[in-house]
Design a protein around this ligand. Structure first.
Ligand code: 76R
Length: 274
């Protein structure tokens, strides 16, 4: 019998875990200096091992308020691997030192509202630019669009996140109550609403990097929202501005918000007083 578990790799995309821990300083104080040093070395080596695993990324951050002390964001294809890394991270500093206080499981996904080539041809190339099919200009513009989209789709499914200092995570769902039921709208209505949402989002290009990961059936809410920024003002403004956009104003429900600062591990240890 094989001793290996069957890999659980989605047909497309990766698994994503947001992990939040509080440190039990009274347990930590029970360790000798030597034990504390080797505990930190163990976590450092584990982080290196995770980061050198193929198609796997790990962000480490200090959480700004006592909702948590340390946060990890783990992206990796195989849920078996994600689960094994999560257990090892939890125990890495010794039993009962890192106590999980919040976690979120989701998957990277492409969006059903992404503009398709056919839509782009109809709405933009023919509709707006007045080009006709089979002309060199038409072919060139279509190829440019398709290259841009394939790059963009690749980022949504297989993201490599920058080391921007501010990281904001919150889960959200679309409302399903009375007249405000997102899921009873037809596809075109949702697509139009999402186009308005994307227009607001695009004005934050270069200031906000967003990664929307899907979690229906996986965790309490329907999506995990991860925002990276260089300035907390940009987090505050995008979330504020989106509240006025119908998609959020009328249809969004939010979970708790976590704000952290990405830090290299040695600085993170000092920050959280380990
Ligand atoms: O195809 C695309 O991905 C581009 C258009 C786009 C989609 C489909 C887009 C753009 N988003 C999409 C989907 Mn978004 N987004 C959020 C939040 O706080 C709030 O009010 C909402 C949280 C933010 C801040 C944000 C930012 N987006 C989604 C979905 C899935 C909806 C579904 O499938 O029903 C959710 C839950 C969601 C939520 N969005 C953008 C941004 C930004 C900054 C952009 C522009 C990205 C860019 O063009 O680079």
């Amino acid at each position: 019998m094989s001793t290996h578990s069957t890999p659980l790799i989605p047909r497309e995309g990766w698994h994503v875990m947001h992990l939040f821990y509080q440190i039990d300083h009274s347990q930590w104080q029970c360790l000798s200096q030597e034990e504390q040093r080797s505990a930190k070395t163990k976590l450092t080596q584990l982080v290196q091992e995770i980061r050198s695993t193929q198609d796997t990324h790990l962000l480490t951050y200090a959480v700004a308020t006592p909702k948590a002390d340390i946060g990890f964001m783990l992206l990796t294809p195989d849920l078996q691997v994600a689960n094994a890394f999560e257990k090892r991270l939890t125990l890495s500093l010794g039993p009962d030192i890192l106590n999980a206080c919040y976690s979120y499981l989701s998957q990277t996904e492409s969006s059903e509202y992404t503009t398709t080539s056919e839509q782009y041809i109809e709405d933009t190339l023919i509709g707006e630019k007045g080009l006709s099919r089979d002309t060199p200009e038409f072919e060139k513009s279509l190829k440019e669009f398709e290259d841009r989209m394939s790059h963009y789709l690749q980022h949504r499914l297989y993201p490599v996140l920058p080391d921007w200092p501010v990281i904001c995570f919150y889960p959200m769902s679309k409302r399903r109550s009375g007249n405000d039921n997102w899921y009873s709208l037809d596809y075109n209505a949702r697509r139009e609403l999402m186009a308005g949402h994307a227009r607001v989002g695009r004005t934050y290009s270069g200031r906000i990097l967003q990664l929307i990961t899907g979690s229906t059936g996986l965790d309490e809410y329907e999506w995990g929202v991860t925002l990276l920024a260089k300035d907390t003002i940009d987090i505050k403004s995008i979330v504020y501005e989106m509240r006025f956009d119908e998609v959020s104003a009328r249809y969004a429900e939010f979970g708790d918000f976590y704000i952290g600062m990405q830090l290299p591990l040695d600085e993170l240890f000092r920050r959280v007083c380990l």
